[in-house]
Design a protein around this ligand. Structure first.
Ligand code: FEO
Length: 171
């Protein structure tokens, strides 16, 4: 049995993950409008991963006899005024998500909720990877984004990203 506090935080995290998906879809829309279909694809795949994160937490809560409830998902509120802006906003957003996951982990530690700690270990690792890929993307853009030919090649590279189902599987 999970504590009320841990369960409520995990339930809130579902909303945060779905908001992440919404935010990344908004970024995909921006790049698609700008003709950068590879960047759009990269964020579309990212949005799919965020939905997976939400569904994993939903299943975990349901497996622990918690009645999941959904709140409204906020509208994405980032204004995109340059190609680089969504990349920076994505990294900042991932850092917020990492802090949120870390907070739930700490509450689970305090509650001696070893089951949730074990569950969240996957998310802790995933956040490390997501922050790295977001900051790698900024770096690549800084290196290649100001030259049209290089930007075209970077867009092609990002267009090759494909969706991969999460390695964490819950029955
Ligand atoms: Fe699900 Fe990108 O955090």
């Amino acid at each position: 049995m999970l504590t009320k506090e841990v369960s409520a935080l995990l339930n809130e995290q579902i909303n945060k993950e779905l908001y992440s998906a919404y935010l990344y879809l908004d970024m995909a829309n921006y790049y698609a409008d700008e003709g950068l279909d590879g960047f759009a694809n990269w964020f579309y795949v990212q949005a799919q991963e965020e939905r997976d994160h939400a569904m994993l937490i939903r299943t975990y809560l349901q497996n622990n006899e918690y009645r999941v409830t959904f709140d409204a998902i906020a509208a994405p509120d980032v204004v995109f005024d340059s190609y680089k802006k969504p990349l920076e906003a994505a990294l900042a957003h991932e850092q917020l998500v990492t802090a949120s996951i870390n907070n739930i982990y700490q509450v689970a530690v305090d509650a001696r909720d070893y089951r949730t700690m074990e569950f969240l270990n996957w998310f802790i690792k995933e956040q490390g990877e997501e922050e790295k890929s977001a900051s790698d993307l900024i770096r690549k853009y800084e290196l290649f984004g100001n030259d049209p030919k290089s930007l075209y090649l970077l867009d092609q590279e990002l267009g090759a990203r494909t969706y991969v189902a999460p390695t964490l599987v819950l029955d």
